[in-house]
Design a protein around this ligand. Structure first.
Ligand code: NDP
Ligand code: 8X3
Length: 250
């Protein structure tokens, strides 16, 4: 039975991935800051598989290290790491950008991903086995107006994904990125700081991806035979042809 650790499991793509992995009988280590949601998800999924929860902020390096160190023996053989935790904060021209938003995006999307990876990779190296999925974005392949720092953070994920794959190749560890376009999750609510109307508008007039669509693809990627590594995948709604090219109804 495989064990998977998913960051950002309290919402959206991470939570949907937890559901899909549970159906495949993977043992789960679910991470996030909202402990009530983690516990609710643990309750839901524990009829299907064994679930352990870790409540920490990926920005806090010490918290990351002690959380990973606290994993009980029956969960420590982590076969799959899904580096999913992340968000956009704000959508402003660079000259008006809030430096707290910039810090959040760099600290969570880039440094947090690195801290979690650093804590888990050594045990994969010892076992010469493991699979790391980095959740990038179309924003890691293209830059769009006002996307500046979020796009930079996801371009960094793209570079880290490539670098990780090169460095871990000698240990037989698979590394790949999934780069979604527009997925209807809490993402835009976070980006627009709780402005639900503005967030809902992002997904109006076309059919966006759902978290479940991405979770399905992540599950496909991690269930390929060992000699198959899906290294880099872009997944868009059919209505989307580029970061800002959308075939909307109106
Ligand atoms: P959600 O807002 O629904 O989920 C984000 C998750 O990240 C939550 O579980 C949240 O948990 C976690 N998270 C955020 N900040 C932290 C932190 N400091 N420490 C620990 N966990 C954190 O968004 P999505 O599911 O859409 O986003 C998941 C990933 O997908 C992100 O990396 C995002 O950039 C990427 N993505 C999303 C797209 C979209 O259109 N939705 C498109 C392309 C990529 P909690 O708040 O409980 O800590
Ligand atoms: C999330 C998709 O287009 O809002 O990464 O950047 S987008």
């Amino acid at each position: 039975m495989k064990t998977a650790l998913i960051t950002g499991a309290t919402s959206g793509i991470g939570r949907a991935t937890a559901h899909h992995f549970a159906k495949h009988n993977f043992k789960l280590i679910l991470c996030g800051r909202r402990n009530d949601r983690l516990k609710a998800l643990q309750n839901e999924l524990s009829t299907q598989t064994q679930v352990y929860t870790l409540n920490f902020d990926v920005r806090d390096k010490q918290a990351v290290d002690s959380a990973i160190a606290s994993i009980p023996a029956e969960f420590t053989t982590i076969d799959i790491l899904v580096n999913n935790a992340g968000n956009a904060h704000g959508l402003d021209p660079i000259q008006n950008g809030d430096t707290n938003d910039w810090d959040a995006m760099i600290d969570i999307n880039v440094k947090g991903l690195l801290y979690v990876s650093k804590a888990i990779i050594p045990s994969m190296i010892v076992r010469k086995q493991g699979h790391i999925i980095n959740i990038g974005s179309i924003a890691g392949k293209e830059v769009y107006t006002n996307g500046n720092v979020y796009c930079a953070s996801k371009h960094a994920v793209d570079a880290i994904n490539q670098g990780m794959r090169m460095d871990l190749n000698q240990y037989g560890i698979r590394v790949g990125a999934i780069n979604p376009g527009l997925v209807a999750t809490e993402f835009s609510e976070v980006r627009f700081k709780g402005d639900v109307e503005r967030a809902t508008d992002v997904y109006k007039g076309y059919e966006p991806l759902q978290a479940d669509d991405i979770a399905d693809i992540i599950t496909f990627v991690v269930t390929r035979p060992y000699h198959v590594n899906i290294a880099d995948l872009m997944v868009l709604p059919t209505a989307q042809a580029g970061a800002t090219i959308l075939n909307k109804d109106n």
